[in-house]
Design a protein around this ligand. Structure first.
Ligand code: DGL
Length: 270
């Protein structure tokens, strides 16, 4: 079991922000990464659809017998994590509780902003996770449905991106929050534009760091950390255009990768 891989999944390239941090904190662990780019974005989809896609990807990854699953997608974590956990015996970790914990650690004035997809914001999962830890915290949320398509097109720093980000976040600037949770794993790709729009008084919180720390803690306590001394060769799968995926992934991870295309029977693109 120790030598098995950590499987990470997302609707597209967003989960790479979590994968990169896991690779940094646990450099000897092998990663299997699945980006469901044929069906991204998940944010506007009904919960049942996101749940069924998540099960389908988990089933695909299970053929490689991973020792742990990381649902590196807030939208899927919000609606599917309990179901996935209930049917597996290996640890299953999402990104919402780690993101909430990171914000609680950071906030000084107890006013926290959350941005995410429509699905994540509608679910109220961040409010629940934050208030579970700190009942008095004030949470201001906003769905940003235009952000994921920009990232999937590789438009991280264009003028158009800056305009869209600034217009979308303008109303959040009215609230005196001191930190903003990037409640979608795609958003760290846009952190320059988001940081510029929110100004220097607002700290951006990504769940990647805290999620990776939790992966490390869980594997350590379960005696499941790898004992291999060899550097791992990670595997990447994507259901859409492998060239686009490879180009974004290589830029983000700063390394060459191989991508295995996966063709779903019914791609269901919106
Ligand atoms: N990266 C996902 C999330 O964290 C994706 C969103 C989407 O596909 O809309 O929610």
């Amino acid at each position: 079991m120790q030598q098995q891989a950590i499987a990470i999944l997302d609707s597209g390239v967003g989960g790479l922000t979590v994968a990169k941090e896991i690779m940094r904190q646990l450099p000897r662990e092998k990663i299997l990464y699945f980006g469901d780019t044929a069906r991204t974005p998940y944010g506007p989809r009904p919960a049942e659809e996101v749940i069924s896609y998540t099960h389908q990807i988990v089933d695909y990854l299970l053929q490689y017998q991973p020792k742990m699953i990381v649902i590196a997608c807030n939208t899927a974590t919000a609606v599917a994590i309990e179901e996935v956990r209930a049917r597996l015996t290996i640890p299953v970790l999402g990104v919402i509780s780690p993101g909430a914990r990171a914000a609680i650690k950071s906030t000084k004035n107890q006013i926290v902003g959350v941005i995410g997809t429509d699905g994540t914001i509608k679910s109220g999962a961040y409010e629940d996770a934050l208030r579970l830890i700190s009942p008095s915290i004030q949470v201001v949320s906003k769905a940003c449905p235009l952000f994921v398509p920009l990232v999937e097109r590789g438009m991280f720093r264009s003028d158009q991106t800056e305009q869209v980000v600034s217009a979308t976040l303008s109303e959040l600037k009215e609230t005196p929050m001191d930190c903003l949770i990037l409640g979608c794993t795609h958003y760290p790709f846009l952190s320059d534009a988001i940081g510029k729009a929110m100004g220097p008084g607002v700290k951006l919180i990504s769940s990647a760091d805290e999620t990776a720390r939790e992966v490390s803690t869980i594997l350590y306590h379960k005696g499941m950390l790898t004992t291999s001394m060899k550097m791992p060769i990670h595997q990447f799968f994507c259901s859409g255009d492998p060239n686009m995926f490879r180009s974004i992934a290589q830029g983000w991870l700063n390394e060459e990768i191989g991508v295995t295309p996966v063709v779903w029977q019914v791609p269901n693109i919106i």
